[in-house]
Design a protein around this ligand. Structure first.
Ligand code: NOJ
Length: 547
């Protein structure tokens, strides 16, 4: 008997309040015992995800790929990497998850493909001037012998963005050479991606997460990047024409029953330009990285919350709340550092970290973010409080290699999850593809699931309360006057969240019931670096009149 659907299962606006769990499939669970996570592993752990209380799962790319960039180098958008399973398994997973009330979101990677994709192989074989090359950015080089790159754009993974092929032409790649950029002015490219969306929507996926969503369109003249490009003036990022792509994708999504959502990965400091992606005929939501990147300081977080809510309001889109993902330093590590902000450029080996403090703050941040208006993303392993792993002898990430080993890269947040047992491989078969620390026994699901003080228990309790509290999820927030370095706000008539980022304990606002705390209260006060959820008495007509 399938379990009853989650309350949101039939709601067309489910995405406005949803809790979405991110699965980095290689590292989630190992179904066939080969040390690599797979679809069978996810299927076996669907009850775990149901009990955690998530509304949807988002899979990072699960397609055939040489894995030069962890799967973001897709060789075939309509199949599954053999190490992860097969298409029939993916189809079964989508249906089994739905039966538990969990929707499936998949990753699409439109900016680039793998150099092993048949289009790129055909372009290499067909040679200069061929129609096959027009789907990419092939150009002659500069200089008398064409040996200079067409321009000096810098890769998102550092270094050059052009690679020369044996016949002398160069091709553009904003990431690694194994990820050639597609030419979005070409009708084949547009048609192909709309077909890929249909392929997966036909199989029941509820939405797509759009990789590097602002990069697709390039200025065809390929000029150098100006010093301070104005809005829309950057030659390869956030160009105005990119919105046409998402308008067509929205039309595809809207042609399906139920709400199929478009979720953008849009890194954009200009909040107005960011919100443009969320106009009613474009994407539904986009990741709010501003909040994630802020340090653990009340004024900073409050400013981010206010500015992101204000940016979303004119387009009537809900904000998202994201504490981490497969690209960034795990929260328990980040919040335990002197500089608790996140930036790719400042990642270094050996940064001193107080994991106890970081874990305490990550618990507080989990409740804070789950109480804010909009949808919530949980990256696998954050519900277990996993730290970033520094000790990885053989790193795989191109971000690490392309920085000449200065940047630790992203392997440290991608270590296979510990399920059970006292030592590695913690429920995995063989040798996990990235080594797990020896001291993770207290962090396994097995050791946390019956411990009421564990991170896992906190997440379960928070997500259950979030689901049963109508005021949480989509809606408004009202700040409550509080002491300095305290973030206190009300949702709806009677829900209050208070986060104490000050050095000492603080009193709580008047309330009828203490719903949940990230740390026990001390003499009725909320200790430093913790969050409390409260129920106050519903607003009386008199109090309403005073507001
Ligand atoms: C963003 C993805 O999250 C990241 O993992 C990937 O390396 C780049 N886009 C390139 O696809």
């Amino acid at each position: 008997m399938p379990s009853p659907l989650a309350p949101s299962a039939t709601d067309p606006l489910w995405w406005r309040s949803a809790v979405i769990y991110q699965i980095y499939i290689r590292s989630f669970a190992d179904g066939n015992g080969d040390g690599v996570g797979d679809i069978a592993g996810v299927r076996s752990q669907l009850p775990y995800l149901r009990d955690l209380g998530v509304d949807a799962i988002w899979f990072t790319p699960w397609y055939p790929s040489p894995l030069a960039d962890g799967g973001y180098d897709v060789a075939d958008y309509r199949n599954i990497h053999p190490a992860f399973g097969d298409l029939a398994g993916a189809e079964a997973l989508i249906q089994e998850a739905l039966a538990l009330g969990i929707r499936t979101i998949i990753d699409v990677v439109p900016n680039h493909i793998s150099d092993q994709h048949e289009w790129f192989q055909a372009a290499l074989a067909a040679g200069p001037g061929s129609p096959e090359r027009e789907r990419f950015w092939f150009r002659k080089g500069k200089g008398a012998d064409g040996s200079e790159m067409p321009n000096h754009w810098v890769s998102n993974f550092q270094g050059e963005t052009w690679t020369r092929v044996p016949d002398g032409e160069w091709y553009l790649h904003l990431f690694t050479p194994e990820q050639p950029d597609l030419n979005w002015n070409h009708p084949d490219v547009r048609r192909e991606h709309e077909d890929v969306l249909r392929f997966w929507f036909d199989r029941g996926v509820a939405g797509v997460r759009i990789d590097s969503a602002a990069l697709l369109i390039k200025d065809p003249a390929l000029p150098e990047v100006p010093e301070n490009p104005g809005p829309g003036e950057h030659p390869n990022t956030d160009r105005d024409e990119v919105h046409d792509v998402y308008r067509s994708w929205r039309a595809v999504a809207d042609s399906y029953p139920g709400t199929r959502v478009l979720v953008g990965e849009v890194w954009m400091p200009d909040t107005k330009r960011f919100a443009d992606y969320l106009r009613p005929d474009e994407m539904h939501t986009a990741f709010n990285f501003d909040f994630m990147a802020r340090p653990w300081q009340a004024a900073q977080l409050r400013e981010s919350i206010d500015s992101m809510l204000a940016a979303h309001a004119p387009v009537n889109a809900p904000s998202t709340w994201v504490l981490s993902n497969h690209d960034v330093t795990r929260p328990v590590t980040r919040y335990g550092r002197e500089d608790s902000s996140f930036a790719f450029a400042t990642k270094r080996f050996g940064t001193p970290t107080d994991l106890e403090l970081g874990t305490r703050r990550a618990r507080a941040a989990a409740l804070l973010s789950a109480a804010l208006p909009g949808s919530l993303y949980v990256y696998q392993g954050d519900e277990l409080g996993l730290p970033e792993v520094d000790e990885i002898p053989l790193r795989e990430d191109p971000m690490h290699f392309r920085s000449n080993g200065v940047d630790p890269g992203r392997d440290g947040c991608r270590v296979p999850l510990p399920w059970r047992g006292d030592a590695p491989p913690y429920g995995w078969g063989g040798t996990p593809w990235l080594p797990q620390p020896e001291n993770w026994a207290p962090l396994t699901v097995e050791s946390q699931q019956n411990d009421p003080t564990s991170m896992l228990s906190l997440y379960r309790a928070a997500l259950a309360l979030r689901r049963s509290t109508a005021a949480l999820g989509d809606g408004d927030l009202e700040w409550i006057e509080s002491e300095p370095d305290v973030l206190a706000f009300a949702r709806g008539e009677d829900f209050i969240s208070v986060t104490n980022l000050s050095d000492g304990p603080v009193g709580l606002p008047a309330h009828e019931q203490l719903l949940l705390t990230s740390e026990p209260l001390v003499d009725g006060q909320l200790p430093s670096d913790s969050t409390a959820w409260l129920r106050r008495s519903p607003i009386t007509p008199q109090r309403k009149a005073r507001r």
